[in-house]
Design a protein around this ligand. Structure first.
Ligand code: FRU
Length: 516
């Protein structure tokens, strides 16, 4: 730790350029109180750069998380598939590199399937394969094509299929295949992006090797976006309506999202094994998350309880390379569980943090604090809890307050504000004074997303704080906001605030872990 502190002092005197790893600096800001900024609940690689989650699949008791990884450094490059496994989606075992860049062809994003019947013939008797379907990015030839790799040892080692690529249109922006088994038509389906054209293409195959084109979808939803990436397609039950299901088509758009930058949008509709029909107007725009750091979402295949659980890359591609962490750069979001809920506007996704988060925190010594206040005048009120890692469940009755909510990671005049703005009906994250914000002009701002006060007159917020990030789930997760933050070490205060009028009621339950 002493070494880290000295490094921090040295680093502080150097200019912070994009991509410069100045992790130790927050220790200096905190007055030499060295604290480890690595998240506890969010996946990070031991070192180097990561981006999209890839190949999310549950198999034989393990959740696999493959991810876009640069084995050679802490900036994007040499893209390969890194690998980790977990039994609870919160503690991860790091495994060796799964699929490296080969012959100048990078291994871009994709998915993994369990080929139960050995339809591909890549398994051995009694040993059906796990198969990764990924984009080969051939920079020299300006081509992106789809490829297979297979594993016969529970994902521990991977072999590239000798007949790669399995799908090549000679296109330069053709990537991120999501493949799944479609039982009604008894074949594999692939949805893959023609990114620059903002189109999702659908293909079918009996064996994962020979693909036939079925249809196309798009552009629809948000206009003016630079590209579509990372499509996902899955069926979900409509909550509380037995027998009703819908298909969700999700993709990542490289700009013009709810905060102006990259984001994930989704479409609700039907998929008949051939074609996706959006049941909303082509201009209806639905966002998976209203924050700045939620991109390249993908959901788990073969989840044993049938839940739909997904993970996104917790970063904004526009400034990810400049975020001040070391020796790793970037993390994943919390795994989230999705529900499809009927609302007055139509069917919408609601989200919550993965089950087991509370017991995970308790097992690591989290303290519980209850705070309740009726008729709070404008101002701040400490909750009595501190934490650099926390799960907070809060309910507020606004009355006259114009803005109210929580300040977290508070200290030295800084805090990250998780608020509700009653005048415009939105939850917001304000990180303009959250600590280190100077590494990129897009970072230090307030952003928000619409959320109506509940029918019971309350606004509820579930907030997960994890040293370097805050994820907010408003009113049962009907609106979520995700944001990275880089607070000073020792900035652990948690308080309630009201502005512009009285707050009728604030009840807050906090499970939190403070630094030693
Ligand atoms: C999304 C993305 C994907 C691509 C990968 C490359 O962040 O651009 O479209 O496959 O990253 O790392």
């Amino acid at each position: 730790m002493v070494g880290v502190c000295i490094a921090a002092i040295l680093l502080r005197s150097l200019p912070v350029a994009a991509g410069f790893a100045a992790d130790g600096e927050r220790s200096v800001v905190a007055g030499l109180a060295c604290s480890e900024a690595r998240p506890m609940l969010h996946f990070t690689p031991p070192k180097n750069w990561i981006n999209d989650p890839n190949g999310l699949i549950w198999f034989d008791g393990e959740y696999h998380l493959f991810y876009q990884y640069n084995p050679e450094g802490d900036q994007w490059g040499h893209m390969s598939w890194g690998h980790a496994v977990s039994r609870d989606l919160l503690s991860w075992e790091h495994l060796p590199l799964a699929i490296p860049e080969a012959g100048g062809v990078m291994a871009f994003s994709g998915t993994a399937v369990f080929d139960r019947t050995n339809s591909s013939g890549l398994g051995k008797p009694g040993r059906p394969p796990l198969i990764a379907i990924f984009t080969g990015h051939d920079g020299a030839a300006h081509v992106q094509h789809q490829n297979l790799a297979f594993s016969l040892d529970r994902g521990r080692t991977w072999t590239r299929y000798a007949g790669n690529p399995v799908l090549d249109l000679g296109e330069s922006d053709f990537r991120d295949p999501k493949v799944f088994w479609h039982a009604p038509s008894g074949r594999w389906i692939m949805v893959v992006s023609l990114a620059a054209q903002k189109r999702a293409l659908f293909f079918a195959s009996p064996d994962l090797k020979a693909w036939t084109k079925l249809s196309e979808f798009g552009p629809e939803g948000r206009g003016g976006v630079p590209n579509w990436e990372c499509p996902d397609l899955f069926e979900m039950p409509v909550e509380g309506e037995p027998g009703e299901t819908r298909w969700l088509l999700v993709n990542s758009v490289g700009g013009n999202g709810p905060t102006g930058g990259p984001a994930c949008q989704y479409f609700v509709g039907r998929f008949d094994g051939e074609r996706f029909e959006n049941e909303n107007g082509a201009d209806t725009v639905l966002w998976l998350d209203g924050g700045k750091d939620f991109y390249a979402f993908q959901s788990y295949q073969d989840e044993p309880s049938g839940k739909r659980i997904g993970i996104a890359w917790m970063a904004d591609p526009w400034y990810a390379g400049a975020t001040p962490t070391s020796p790793w750069r970037c993390s994943m979001t919390l795994p989230r569980e999705f529900r499809l809920v009927r609302t007055a506007e139509g069917l919408r996704l609601a989200q919550r943090p993965v089950e087991g988060l509370e017991s995970f925190l308790r097992d690591r010594g989290a303290q519980e604090t209850q705070f309740e206040r009726r008729g709070m005048h404008p101002g701040d009120s400490p909750t009595g809890a501190t934490g650099e890692v926390a799960m907070i469940r809060a309910a507020f009755e606004p009355h006259g307050a114009e803005r109210f909510g929580l300040r977290v990671l508070e200290g030295g005049g800084d805090s990250t504000v998780v608020g509700y703005d009653a005048a415009i009906g939105e939850i917001y994250l304000d990180r303009s004074r959250s600590g280190r914000v100077d590494f990129h002009p897009d970072f230090g701002a307030r952003f928000g997303a619409p959320l109506a006060v509940g029918a019971d007159g309350r606004v509820t917020l579930t907030v997960v704080v994890d040293r370097g990030s805050v994820e907010v789930f408003g009113n049962d997760g009907m609106t979520t906001l995700s944001g990275l933050v880089f607070p000073g070490g020792g900035h652990t205060g948690i308080s309630v605030f009201a502005e512009g009028g009285d707050l009728g009621l604030a009840t807050v339950r906090i499970l939190s872990i403070s630094p030693e």
